[in-house]
Write a protein of this length. Sequence first.
Length: 487
Amino acid sequence: MKKLFFLAAICSLASFDALALPMDWHGVFGVDSATIDSYRRIEETQQQTTGPGTQEYQLANGQHAAARFQTYLLRLSPEIIVNDSSTFKAELTTGYGRGGRLGDSSTTNAGTSSESMANALYYYNTNAGGSSVLQVSQFNMTLYSDTATYIIGRHTYHWGLGAVINDGHQIWDRQIYIRDGLTAKFKIGNFDIAPFFSKIGSNESLTRATRVREYGASLLYDNPDNDIAFGIYYSKKQNNAFNGTVLVDIQNTGTATPLGKTDTKLTDFYLKKSFGKTSIQGEVPILSGEIGHLYNSTSTSKYGAKAFIFEAKHELSDSTTFFANFGHVSGHSGVESSYDAMYLNPNYQIANLLFRYNLMAVGDTTRNVFDSYITNAKYFKLGSTLRSDRSTWNFAAIYAVANETAVADTKSYNHDTNRIFTATTSQDNSLGTELDVDFDYRWNNETHLGASVGYLFTGDYYAYTNTTTENTAKNSFVILFKSSLEF
């Protein structure tokens, strides 16, 4: 609670000092309570196997089969209008992931990039915020001119469906894409052009030897008259050789080493088209280039990750909508000539249980339960939305399989532990089938109460132990209650 009092004091001082200027406050506060039954997704109640190859999650103290936790979410967004052409904007929060767990005063995401390749690549590709007591995740000036709008400072950006570049604008988004630098926005007819340049911080020296920078541009054609929008986002990120901020231990040697010199590119295509009451959207992010010293300290590795994501919906009436989602997110086979796994932004989720939580965090306090990503999966989702004046129901079914699995007598890759291992047996590719129900009740325009249920018919992918004796997959379910206040 000390964090919240400290944040309130800061906000009070800021309000006092800014009385001479118009200030507009926005924000979100939310609290939820989650129960995940059979979080390990196996029948066994004892720790059976350990090591980089097994899919068995670490057993928590007390050997309980269910996980229960309550969390809060906090975002305060002041906006000061300095004059007709200048505005100052900020976002204040606390802890890691824009909040924390009730009853827990920790401020870190507990888990280092050396322990999780997913975290390492997420930080490398999106530059997530930190985890201090008072977290200022945005602070920037917006300058308006006749030709363009310029954003200078720490700000966010959103592209397409938010599969990679995601500004965290939804109420329950825990993460935020951060850009420290300059973005210029030009509008020419139906074209929106936004070149940018940003610096990524490090704990190293202030010389070029440790510099990390990113630059690029997005181009979007948006024609509302024809109900079509399409464009491309391109960025190039360069990490110099002596930067040691991002550490990796993909070979499970026990010693984390710097990722080293990298030169990667993100090419992200986006399309949206409407046909009356039917609309489709698609996003195809492709990561390429040189990713650094993943496998040894003498050579760099090729980066070749990609995803294909499509969303379609049809509005049958004002109260009923049907939707279908399809996605293919690449995984890594275990070969050491390249790295091919794509990790989507943790804000982009398609199910209430699958991909939603980092279940290793239940029994391992050095990890965060919301550091979870869609990766190594091919999925299909079908559902409907029913709306009334105050309530909304969502019903969905999700089927998913893994693109890459362990193959006997070859080097394989565990996408949960982010380790290469030599497989002794082959792994099933079924992730499972999930049934979801979501309910949202609008108490008023600012206050929402809701509940979510997800039941996973667990696939045998999670039974893999890399031994001749596999575990027995067990169905799992989640029950979530939540309330939020927007202002």
